[in-house]
Design a protein around this ligand. Structure first.
Ligand code: T4K
Length: 426
């Protein structure tokens, strides 16, 4: 049954602690110094999880035969019902992507003026606001959770503030209780960017029913995907009515437009992919959990690395495997480690470097905002995501971990060689 099995994972990772699986024995064997990469093919962080191809192709064939390709078709309707049922929320609207979903939700909530959100998020969270003339006001994060720090929200509230966007970064829930309290005391709306959080819970309730509304992403790189896509969920009937209008140009029946709207609709092929992906989501999560256990077991004891922790009492999708590198303790900076990994075709990503506030147009508009974002500024220099998902095997992870262990063990020599400009022994 959906999500019930996560904690009793049957795809076991059998710990094989630090068995030397590395094909490379000497520093000169590292690809950064000119040797052959350990992986022939590039290992991506965001490789899509693909469900049962036959089921998908059957659904696609039905869509083509039906002559109904988009505009609230039967697959979209079924997909929305399934999602609402899984999440336990009253209303669910499938949309073309999470960025447009954030814009629709923000407009439907009548957000304007300033909205407070973390800078440690994908640029879409901030751009969605700016695109509709709202000023994003960046708040610092809690270094333990990587999520917005509620204790720093109130000092940012001004007479122009209309709302808060909490981002459940890596699928780990925000401090929903404190955010709700602050919002109630200050008459603010709350929207959650739950792009990473499908299948995760807060206090045993599925993400999707918190705040005034929540927004999911079903982009190709997410736990399950609809190629491009997303959803807006809410328990508020009035808000739901507005969202349903706004997603479809403001149409209320034929020839009658009663709202400013946009085109946020999901098409039938995307919904077919969504329905197919949902059939396999238990397996996707189990595989992520197995990968998580393997990384924990192989890297857990290395000084200078802090590994992501998912609360065992909550549901998690284990979608991201995140490592913080303490350059001093590890003897090697995050950036150097990423370079070593990239040379080996392990495409670790520095999400969300350098923080939204350091990207345009925000860095020009508010150049010194970083001064109050000290935890964000620290984290963006330390954090690194490693490949996980169904495309990665345990053997791959053992190799990745061996390269990391080897690099940290020989950090001094590697750093010296690289700073002397030596990137090949030949
Ligand atoms: N809010 C948050 C907190 C988000 O993280 C995001 C999106 C959004 C809002 C907006 O959601 P959407 O509007 O996209 O629905 C990727 C994704 O494109 C983006 O959706 C995601 N967050 C972000 C965290 O990651 P990039 O710029 O890193 O994409 P890219 O092309 O570099 O791909 C990432 C990795 O995945 C690469 O190593 C290649 C691999 N990949 C990618 C695709 C598309 C594949 O192997 N196959 C593929 O089909 O943003």
């Amino acid at each position: 049954m959906w999500l019930k099995t996560i904690k009793f994972c049957t795809i076991d990772f059998i710990p094989n602690r630090h068995k030397n699986t590395l094909k490379k024995q000497k520093i000169e064997d590292l690809a950064i110094f000119g040797d052959t990469p350990v992986f022939k093919e590039k290992l991506h962080v965001g490789r899509p999880n693909i469900g049962d191809k036959k089921n998908l192709l059957d659904r696609v064939s039905d869509v083509l035969d039906s002559g109904w390709l988009t505009n609230n078709g039967p697959n979209v309707q079924e997909f929305e019902l399934r999602l609402a049922e899984i999440i336990g929320v009253k209303h669910c609207f499938a949309v073309c992507n999470a960025t447009v979903a954030l814009q629709i939700a923000a407009r439907a909530l009548e957000l304007k003026g300033e909205v407070i959100l973390p800078s440690f998020t994908f640029i879409a969270s901030a751009h969605a606001l700016k695109w509709i003339n709202i000023t994003p006001v960046f708040c610092d994060i809690d270094p333990n959770t990587h999520n917005i720090d509620p204790s720093k929200i109130e000092m940012l509230i001004s007479p122009r503030t209309t709302g808060i966007i909490g981002v459940h970064v890596w699928g780990r829930p925000c401090d929903v209780e404190t955010i709700t309290q602050i919002a109630e005391q200050n008459n603010l709306k709350v929207l959650y960017d739950a792009a990473h959080a499908f299948g995760s819970s807060f206090q045993r309730k599925m993400i999707g029913g918190f705040g005034d509304a929540e927004v999911f992403s079903f982009h190709a790189t997410k736990i399950f995907n609809t190629f491009e896509g997303g959803a807006i969920t809410t328990n508020n009937d009035q808000l739901a009515h507005k969202i349903s209008l706004m997603r479809n140009f403001g149409f209320h029946g034929i020839d009658n437009v009663i709202e400013l709207g946009t085109n946020g609709k999901m098409n039938e092929i995307s919904a077919a992919m969504g329905l197919t992906s949902l059939e396999s989501i238990d397996d996707f999560i189990k595989i992520n959990k197995r990968n998580y256990d393997c990384y924990q077991s192989e890297l857990g004891d290395i000084q200078g690395l802090k590994l992501i922790h998912y609360d065992e009492n909550e549901r998690s999708n284990f979608q991201y495997f995140v490592v913080e590198v303490d350059g001093i303790k590890a003897g090697v900076s995050r950036d150097l480690l990423v370079k070593v990994l990239h040379a080996e075709n392990i495409l670790a990503r520095r999400y969300f470097y350098p923080g939204c506030h350091q990207l345009e147009p925000y860095r020009t508009l508010v150049p010194d905002v970083g001064l109050r974002l000290q935890e964000t500024e620290k984290l963006v220099t330390r954090v690194m995501c490693l490949p996980t998902g169904t495309a990665i095997s345990i053997t791959d992870i053992m190799q990745i971990c061996s390269i990391i262990r080897f690099t940290l063990t020989h950090s001094k020599k590697i750093s010296e060689l690289l700073s002397s400009g030596l990137t090949g022994f030949g």
